[in-house]
Design a protein around this ligand. Structure first.
Ligand code: ADP
Ligand code: MG
Length: 560
């Protein structure tokens, strides 16, 4: 049996495209071939569970090997294999995805989802690094003959009798001259670590030696011998595939260390698990945030059925959630489409909403369960919560119940509590409640003292995000204004302590006032003598809120 042919018409231009556009990312050939091999083992398992295969399953596994002399890389599996007919159907007609048909056929069966979907070019990505690819395969089907397929990257192929004696598939890549870097143990190990570390079947890559106890010597001390062990590169059941009830805090922390060996322990985490209306699992960690968002961002790893896809999750999770760390695994995220399409994709939108809600709810639970603990963590999570409230309305709506504001006395309040605290005393003549804040407690100390003396409360709003958070609050809170303490804000409020007696006579006051006015002599500033008791500040120089904002804007280069 030997047959030559040419690969179906769809493929006419595929090789140049593969080579040209994917070249920069050519290491993904290994991800594709290994995931096909994993698929094949999942499929045979599935067939056995459906009673359509009665033979031995054996130890399902995938093996990756290379031979630097022969310049080959081989990926083999003991999955379901293919008949010659199937090769023609699934390999030759590349526009036709076997996985699609398989899923279609076993749609009713539970777990059909386990079959990894299509990742774009799949099998043919092998030609990014190989001049020639051979397939040796033996199907699980009764009476199947082994088959062999070979193709040199043109659209010509050859099918002949194969030599495989056991069920499964072995794919050999004859590595091309430009890709010889892949014929290296460390290189391959690195790629496998990246893409295959959490695949659901054991992936073997070479062997390692290990010391094993081997009886005792005359003195009764244990003896050791070296044994060769399969080098299994992956953890087939990473924590996100398990149920939260099976897991302890240590497990989550250990996994975090595995993902980010150089990071401090996270503050807490959320285990995601949903299967309707989309499928998504994962664990998201709250890291200790640094002020420098850019460095902290982009740590979430995206998987699809345990195959690593990318750590660029922009457009898949909301911007503010990119500050979190961890993994998301979803077969429902389309992988090979443009970014703008992703943003519009309805599954992605639902995933966004779901994750946002989960995160908001987790924070709410923490707040309700342990207010004190929540306040202690606030220094680390506050930035994140405010960032979320600014960037996502849905998140604002939830987080407004537990976002904390802190005053100069280091007391924490929710927005509702704060309202209660200041509503009665801090109202201006238009009936607006005025929240007074400082963005620099040290520099504005004099004003803070003077406001607190008058019985007003001053919030501390001195993190980089607070400028935006203040505008957000002004927009969202009804009848509320936020004013910086150094404006003449305190004076405009209606209810304050009755005027204490001044130590100066009216005549003295006028004189002093004149002296100050003359010395300062700038229209933007106002000089005010306070009603003085000897321990109070005798005089304040203020700038009107409007003038101050204008000045700030000018300083920021936004000149008007
Ligand atoms: P996809 O995986 O998206 O279906 P690929 O191009 O990666 O697309 O693979 C095409 C098809 O070839 C697979 O769907 C499968 O039917 C078949 N195939 C590839 N590799 C193997 C393998 N190792 N064992 C059995 N079938 C395979
Ligand atoms: Mg594939």
């Amino acid at each position: 049996m030997q047959e030559k042919g040419s690969i179906s018409i769809h493929t006419e231009n595929i090789f140049p495209i593969i080579k040209k556009f994917l070249y920069s990312d050519n290491e993904i050939f290994l991800r594709e071939l290994v995931s096909n091999a994993v698929d094949a083992t999942q499929k045979i398992k599935r067939l056995a569970s459906l009673g359509q295969y009665n033979g031995e399953l054996g130890n399902l596994r995938v093996e990756v090997a290379f031979d630097a002399d022969k310049k080959t890389i081989t990926i083999s599996d003991n999955g379901l294999g293919m008949t010659a007919e199937e090769i023609k159907k699934y390999i030759n007609q590349i526009a036709f995805s076997g996985a699609t048909e398989f899923v279609e056929k076993f749609k009713e069966a539970k777990d059909a989802n386990e079959i990894i979907g299509r990742f774009g070019l799949g099998f043919y990505s092998a030609f990014m690094v190989a001049d020639r690819v051979d397939i040796e395969t033996l199907s699980y089907q009764e009476g199947a003959e082994p088959a062999r397929w070979t193709c040199d990257g043109s659209t010509e192929f050859e099918i002949s009798e194969g030599s495989l004696a056991e069920r499964g598939t072995e794919i050999t890549l004859h590595i091309n001259a430009e890709s010889e870097e892949f014929l290296d143990k460390h290189k391959l190990q690195g790629i496998l670590d990246k893409y295959a570390k959490f695949l659901p079947v054991p992936i073997k890559f070479g062997t390692t030696t290990q010391e094993e106890e081997d009886g005792e010597d005359e003195e009764g001390k244990p003896k050791y011998k070296s044994v060769e062990m399969d080098n299994i590169i992956n953890d087939t059941t990473p924590i996100w595939t398990k149920s939260p009830s099976e897991l302890k805090d240590e497990d989550y922390l250990k996994f975090y260390k595995e993902l980010y060996p150089y990071s401090e322990d996270p503050l807490f985490w959320i285990h995601l698990n949903v299967d309707y209306p989309f499928n998504l699992t994962g664990v998201l960690y709250f890291p200790k945030l640094k002020n420098d968002f850019e460095i902290t961002k982009n740590k979430i790893k995206l998987f699809s059925r345990q195959v690593f896809i990318t750590d660029e999750v922009k457009d898949i999770v909301p911007e503010f959630l990119m500050l979190l760390h961890g993994v998301i695994d979803s077969p429902d995220i389309p992988l090979n489409v443009s970014r703008s399409f992703l943003q519009a994709d309805s599954a992605v939108k639902k995933i966004n909403t779901y994750i946002t809600k989960k995160v908001a709810d987790k924070l709410s639970d923490l707040f309700k369960a342990d207010r004190k603990g929540f306040e202690e963590k606030w220094g680390d999570i506050g930035l994140f919560v405010k960032y979320g409230m600014i960037s996502e309305d849905k998140f604002y709506d939830k987080a407004k119940d537990y976002v904390l504001v802190t005053n100069t006395k280091k007391e924490n309040f929710t927005l509702a509590e704060y309202r209660d605290k200041v509503e009665a005393t801090q109202t201006d003549k238009d009936g607006q409640v005025v929240y007074i804040y400082t963005n620099d407690p040290e520099k504005q100390d004099a004003f803070i003292q003077s406001a607190t003396k008058k019985g007003y409360d001053v919030m501390v709003m001195n993190s980089p995000i607070d400028t935006h958070f203040i505008s957000q609050l002004e927009q969202k809170l009804e009848k509320t204004q936020l004013k910086r303490v150094d404006a003449d804000v305190a004076d405009k409020l209606i209810k304050k302590d009755e005027n204490p007696e001044s130590v100066l006579t009216e005549e003295q006051s006028t004189k002093v006032q004149e002296i100050f006015d003359k010395a300062i002599n700038k229209p933007a500033y106002k000089v005010k003598l306070e009603s003085l008791s000897p321990d109070e500040l005798p005089v304040t120089v203020t700038m009107d809120e409007f003038m101050r904002r204008m000045k700030d804007m000018a300083a920021m280069g936004g000149g008007m």
